[in-house]
Design a protein. Structure first.
Ligand code: HEC
Ligand code: HEC
Length: 274
């Protein structure tokens, strides 16, 4: 090896060392276990309550009345929103208030979380300011501890949102056998779920207004999330399975059926008497 080659090798290793040090520093910020401890007092209780609701949304006494299917927030926001890629909650609070093209207005984190009840949970939007809304957003905000505020002027998505796969046409006929080989053991041949995985179509699944009801979004999510603990699909397989899953019937979304009565859209929750 010439002296010049040696210098390039040395520079290259230095570069790699810097890049990996950077990656580790970012990681520890994002998963934040080290820098993120629960604050004292009532706030800590509310954050823990939020985590419980995210994990048991369909059964928790505070949230079950607002859920219309068999899914919990953690069914898609894996590991209670702490999975770094599968619709992570890490860093999300720092992106709000954000512009929502669908709603044509700037929305808050609370708005965004409550919208998932209407679509992904096929239920009713809980009132703004309700205990369930405050607890969930306290938990999500806590997961953004020490993240710099970067309000999103384009869409209501956090800095580590699911990376969109390159566009491709999914083929239902190719997707069916791949689904049966890799997914049916937990989600059922009939897609209706089992003890090992929630329903992926049918009445107990997300409705056709949900993010995952769009094939490209579902494909991108599957690429980083499924099969659980072993996400190994190629981009084309992800598109094919997504097309197959979303070719089945699921609840139809009609906005007015998912909004609470007008006098229950929000509450004043302060305890002050004057
Ligand atoms: C059927 C799957 C599914 C369920 C169930 C679900 N969500 Fe979501 N949610 C998504 C997807 C997909 C996105 C878009 C994420 C992305 O592109 O990174 C999203 C986005 C969000 C966002 C915005 C994230 C960001 O990056 O800004 C919040 C907040 C959110 N969901 C909260 C909730 C809450 C709270 C619940 C439970 C009440 C819930 N979601 C249930 C699929 C789901
Ligand atoms: C080992 C069991 C298992 C396998 C195999 C598996 N999943 Fe899942 N899947 C789950 C579980 C469990 C969840 C919910 C995550 C949670 O609650 O922690 C889930 C969540 C989902 C969701 C979001 C929630 C819903 O029901 O709509 C979709 C979509 C999904 N899986 C599709 C797939 C596809 C497609 C495959 C095959 C490529 C697959 N899964 C393989 C267990 C599995």
């Amino acid at each position: 090896m010439s002296a010049r080659d040696l210098v390039s090798v040395a520079l290259a290793s230095l570069f790699i060392a810097c890049v990996s040090a950077q990656a580790i520093a970012d990681d520890s910020n994002d998963s934040g276990r080290t820098s993120r401890s629960l604050p004292p007092g009532e706030l800590s209780r509310v954050i823990e309550l939020g985590r419980e609701i995210v994990e048991n949304t369909k059964d928790h006494p505070l949230s079950k009345a607002y859920v219309g299917n068999s899914l919990n927030c953690t069914s898609c926001h894996l590991d209670s929103g702490t999975h770094p890629e599968a619709a992570t909650f890490l860093g999300v609070a720092a992106a709000y208030p954000a512009w929502s093209p669908r709603e044509e207005r700037v929305i808050t984190l609370q708005d965004r979380a409550l919208n998932c009840f209407m679509r992904s949970e096929n239920g009713i939007r809980p009132p703004v300011g309700s205990e369930v809304a405050i607890a969930i957003t306290a938990y999500i905000t806590w997961l953004s501890t020490a993240q710099p505020i970067r309000m999103n002027p384009d869409k209501p998505l956090g800095p580590h949102h699911v990376p969109p796969l390159e566009e491709s046409i999914g083929d239902i006929n190719r997707g069916k056998p791949i689904y049966e080989d890799n997914c049916a053991s937990c989600h059922g041949d009939n897609g209706l779920g089992s003890d090992d995985g929630p329903p992926v179509w049918g009445e107990e699944s997300y409705n056709d207004g949900a993010g995952l009801s769009r094939v490209p979004k579902l494909a991108s999510w599957l690429k980083v999330a499924m099969p659980l603990d072993d996400a190994l699909l190629t981009p084309q397989e992800a598109h094919d399975i997504a097309a197959y899953i979303n070719s089945h019937d699921r609840p139809k979304f009609n906005l007015h059926a998912h909004l609470p009565p007008k006098n229950q859209t929000g509450v004043f929750n302060g305890k002050t008497k004057q």
